[in-house]
Write a protein that binds this ligand. Structure first.
Ligand code: X2X
Length: 336
């Protein structure tokens, strides 16, 4: 008798638990978010901030789970956009460089010596050019939500100081797997080698490559100097914005309330990360110098020699990016 009753209670309890978890499953939704760099870097912190804000404001109904180190694309960062478009990945905080093989308009940001300073970056991303870029992303099956920033990319190497194009002559430079970079470093007389970030670090360590280019935050956090990169040139040759984005079918399946929440939190996380990245640049540079790295700054004349040497890259790529977009960006830069 007792046994039967307790069994009945147990069964009822199970049914209740199942009902509860079914209700919970219907409400809670988890989205995967891909990043190349982990939360040791501002880039990964941008994604974590986004996840935190979404968790807080959705009351746990919506969860963003961040997967760093390009793990959702087995380390191949140039496949991130395709994976997000096809739905293998729900969302990403990604680099314009890594997505540019699928979205040619994103090469705008990689045009050498085109966007010279932070004000120019903001004028481009915050104006008509930025809207055109977002439309280009949307037309390829991904919903862009907000901007972040990996930063201005500076070149380093293990051989000697670089202050003129001829200093790059014959240097094996690791570049991201995006064709424009091949053209830029070839135009400068270097020997560019495309590889993922995952492969870049061992290649620098073994000396398989002589140099690389990345923002100061990446150089600093990844301790690139400790793999023999003793010479760093500040040339601000391009800025690498980040974009917060979501697969379009996932986006359309969300309630309007959750769409608004995702966009607002992405904008907030992006603004927070951009400000932090920029604020930290000076401290990072000081830390890098303290660790013994020789830092080279260019005179106006030296800078111009690099601009002239890469003019052919601009001419080849501007039509591929789209003249309207390049012109809109140029007008924004001139008016800043
Ligand atoms: O691979 C790189 O150099 C990195 C980490 O900066 C990007 O993903 C663009």
């Amino acid at each position: 008798m007792m046994l039967t009753r307790s069994m009945a209670r147990f069964t009822a309890g199970l049914a209740g638990a199942a009902l509860l978890s079914a209700t919970f499953a219907a409400q809670a939704r988890e989205l995967s978010v891909s990043t190349v760099l982990s939360d040791a870097f501002p880039w990964g912190q941008a994604a974590e901030k986004w996840a935190e804000l979404v968790e807080e404001r959705s009351g746990g109904e919506l969860t963003l789970r961040v997967y760093p180190n390009s793990q959702l694309v087995s380390g191949d960062q140039t496949r991130e956009f395709s994976a997000m478009r096809s739905g293998l990945i729900d969302a990403a905080v990604g680099s314009t460089i890594n997505w540019s093989p699928q979205v040619p308009e994103l090469n705008l940001f990689s045009l050498p010596f085109f966007i010279p300073d932070e004000a120019a970056v903001d004028a481009v991303t915050g104006g008509e050019a930025g809207e055109l870029v977002f439309e280009a992303i949307e037309s390829r099956g991904v919903m862009p939500l907000a901007w972040g920033e990996n930063g201005f990319r500076q070149v380093s190497n293990s051989r000697g100081a670089i202050s003129q194009p001829s200093d790059l002559e014959g240097l094996k430079i690791r570049v991201v797997g995006s064709p424009l970079f091949q053209d830029t470093f070839s135009a400068l007389g270097a020997d560019p080698t495309q590889m993922s970030w995952t492969d870049a670090q061992p290649a620098l360590t073994t000396g398989a490559v002589d140099g690389q280019e990345n923002p100061l935050s990446v150089f600093d956090v990844a301790r690139i100097d400790q793999v023999g990169q003793e010479y760093l040139t500040l040339w601000n040759y391009m800025n690498d914005p980040l974009i917060f984005a979501v697969n379009q079918r996932v986006w359309q399946s969300l309630s309007e309330e959750h769409q608004v929440l995702l966009r607002e939190t992405a904008v907030e996380a992006g603004e927070w990360e951009i400000a932090m990245t920029r604020e930290e640049e000076n401290e990072r540079l000081a830390a890098i110098q303290e660790r013994g790295v020789t830092v080279t700054e260019l005179t106006d004349e030296q800078y111009q020699a690099f601009v002239d040497a890469t003019q052919s890259v601009y001419e080849k790529w501007a039509p591929r990016i789209g003249e309207d977009l390049v012109n809109a960006a140029q007008a924004a830069i001139d008016a800043r």
